[in-house]
Ligand binder design. Sequence first.
Ligand SMILES: C[S@@+](CC[C@H](N)C(=O)[O-])C[C@H]1O[C@@H](n2cnc3c(N)ncnc32)[C@H](O)[C@@H]1O
Length: 272
Amino acid sequence: MEYDVKNKVKKYYGGIAKKVNSGMGNNCCLTSSCCSGLSRSSLIYGRENLNELPKEAVEASLGCANPLLFAGLKNGETVLDLGSGGGIDVLMSSRYVGPTGKVYGLDMTDEMLELANKNKEKMGATNVEFLKGLIEDIPLQNEIVDIIMSNCVINLCESKEKALSEAYRVLKKGGRLAIADIVVLKHVPESIRHSVEMWVGCIAGALSVKKYEEILKKVGFKDIKITPVNIYTRDVIEDIAKQKNSGDAYSKIDAALIDGAFAGAHVKAYKF
Ligand SMILES: C[S@@+](CC[C@H](N)C(=O)[O-])C[C@H]1O[C@@H](n2cnc3c(N)ncnc32)[C@H](O)[C@@H]1O
């Protein structure tokens, strides 16, 4: 079962990476999570912050918020980005930690790693290393990372507890977690959730804020703060559905049920 889900995820994101690798870009909707595009990245990161990045890193951006906004990266720090995709957050972080710092990106999808390594070369980043592996089994030793980042990936993991306990293991004492992820803000009937998943993506495995906090606490994190920032209103979801030629299907559901039910959130926590 877990193998099937991982293979589906690899196939989906591998396809996006191949498209970007082949120079076809990835024209997608403006606002959806787990859905890439230059204009959407500008909304999330601010156009001025994207200027010095390779075009392909921006085109492959699939996050739901900007973890660098609250990561507070400093010169010399070691960062690990879980599910680093085409490398946008890794490459941006590499500028903040400087030549004495180090940024690892971890991903399981070969095509994404290939794209990320090309982007690293284009940018000439010498303090970056992309690793192949699973975030549920991080290929790094204990307590060597100052900060764990991630953008729209934990929701894709079947065992979120395993992934977050691995994050806790590799963090140094005093280290911090700065994750952008999708959260569920109210109950949505399963059938409707399924439709919204087809339009928006990345919500099928999303947790409620309460459940997310419980898991973080259970694996050892302290001072946990989860703040929904990009709320999926009915208008946002309607726009996305229309862009995906699903306007008719959208008009058949009760929009009040999905209005504000999902959001891109900032997840912050510490290991003491
Ligand atoms: C939604 S994309 C986000 C990529 C990147 N964080 C960004 O903001 O553009 C999810 C990425 O996570 C990777 N991924 C998903 N589940 C994973 C897992 N269990 N272990 C390692 N990588 C995973 C996928 O291969 C994909 O590149």
